[in-house]
Design a protein around this ligand. Structure first.
Ligand SMILES: Cc1ncc(COP(=O)(O)O)c(C=O)c1O
Length: 397
């Protein structure tokens, strides 16, 4: 007897967790594995945010909050969106959730019917495709490659749109590629979207601050699509608060009310203590937290130079986030250590077994010829990991 729902059976486990679990098992067996799999900053939460959480406990913020979050938090988010992005949102357009992940799910649940198409430029964040499936939608992929910096063009987007297209979902800055869309690129994309009023753009901007050399632009800045955009953001990457689970959507009122309705029946308001602490994080000048970005940049430059020395890998300089998405096409179809490398998941497993470095294969990011390394790790680990990969691959190139 099959007790499971079709919904459950449509879902896959995240490859990120498969690799990090395997790395953990190897570590437990006494093997010295360096894991570059997980996508979270390796900093502590800044002291002023921690203090705000402690104060919130003493001030007895222990009851349910309003479903879309405390008004003061939504005001702080509206203020941040104006300050950093020149975007106008009223507090009633903002819904605070248990992480950006829930914010994306709220939007999908609010707009996707069975069989509706959601366009995902690949590579995409692993959860997008699974979330679309969970909601009964159908993902339509737009392929990109290292040659175009892993970014879709407006023409590609136009070609992928059908009468069933209901949404476009992407992250900029992008996990896994570390690319971000420029103002000119987003303007061209916005012009396409504006011609299709049935389409909602879900613009995941969670890596906004981790941008090394450019201006962060939100597609919501273009007035012609403002009514069609849900901006997604949160505290996880900005303030190293991944475990505190606070994210949000900012969207037109027709959509924010729908997200609130879904969340009200699903989980209610997010954790109150973390909400109070988030107010302090958002109201602090982002320059105060710049040290995290500077440190990521140093590590990015270090790893980039080390990767360039490794035979057979093709790599671009990521401009944002904290990942390298490395093209390993050179090794596909080859036999390495007695195993045929059919795709980048096989290659990631090969690196784990032969070099004791864990990364994530690109298959679940929609790219079977690339692997993802997170460089949110110590400089010593990053140096050792790159040396191990080099020593390993030199034998096979
Ligand atoms: C692109 C992207 N969006 C959303 C999330 C999830 O963010 P949160 O922790 O706020 O749920 C992640 C986490 O890795 C991510 O990489």
């Amino acid at each position: 007897m099959n007790k499971y729902s079709d919904r459950l059976q449509r879902l896959s486990y995240s490859q990120t967790f498969v690799m990090s679990n395997k790395a953990r098992e190897m570590k437990a067996a006494g093997i010295d594995v360096i894991s570059l799999t997980l996508g979270e900053p390796d900093f502590d939460v800044p002291a002023n945010i921690k203090q705000a959480a402690i104060d919130a406990i003493h001030e007895n913020y222990s009851h349910y909050s309003p479903v879309p979050g405390f008004l003061e938090l939504r005001q702080a988010i509206a203020h941040k969106l104006k300050r950093d992005n020149n975007l106008e949102y009223k507090p009633q357009q903002i819904v605070v959730s248990n992480g950006a992940k829930q914010s994306i799910l709220n939007v999908l649940a609010a707009i996707i019917n069975d069989g509706d198409e959601v366009i995902l430029p690949a590579p995409y964040w692993v959860s997008y495709h699974e979330m679309v499936k969970m909601m009964g939608g159908k993902s339509v992929f737009i392929e990109t490659s290292i040659e175009d910096d892993y970014k879709m063009t407006a023409a590609q987007l136009q070609a992928a749109i059908t009468p069933k297209t209901k949404a476009v979902l992407y992250s900029s800055p992008c996990n896994p590629s570390g690319s971000y869309y420029t103002r000119a690129e987003l303007k061209a994309i916005a012009e396409v979207i504006a011609k299709h009023p049935q389409i909602t753009v879900i613009s995941d901007e969670i890596y906004e601050y981790i941008n090394y050399d450019g201006e962060h632009v939100s597609i919501a800045e273009f007035p012609e699509v403002y009514e069609q955009v849900a901006v997604i953001n949160g505290m996880s990457k900005a303030f190293a608060m991944t475990g505190w689970r606070i994210g949000y959507s900012a969207s037109p009122e027709w959509l924010s009310g729908a997200c609130e309705k879904i969340q009200g029946q699903m989980t209610s308001g997010a954790n109150t203590v973390a909400q109070r602490a988030s107010i302090v994080g958002l109201n602090t000048d982002p320059a105060e937290y710049r040290y995290m970005i500077d440190s990521f940049r140093e590590r990015r430059d270090l790893v980039y130079n080390l990767l360039l020395e490794i035979p057979g890998l093709k790599v671009n300089l990521p401009k944002a986030a904290f990942y390298f998405f490395v093209d390993i096409t050179h090794y596909l179809g080859k036999e390495l250590a007695g195993k045929l490398i059919k795709d980048s998941d096989d290659f990631a497993m090969f690196l784990l077994e032969q070099a004791q470095v864990a990364c994530v294969g690109g298959v679940s990011f929609g790219d079977p010829s690339s692997i993802r390394f997170s460089y949110a790790a110590s400089e010593a680990d990053l140096r050792t990991a790159m040396q191990r990969i080099k020593d390993c691959l030199i034998q096979y190139s």
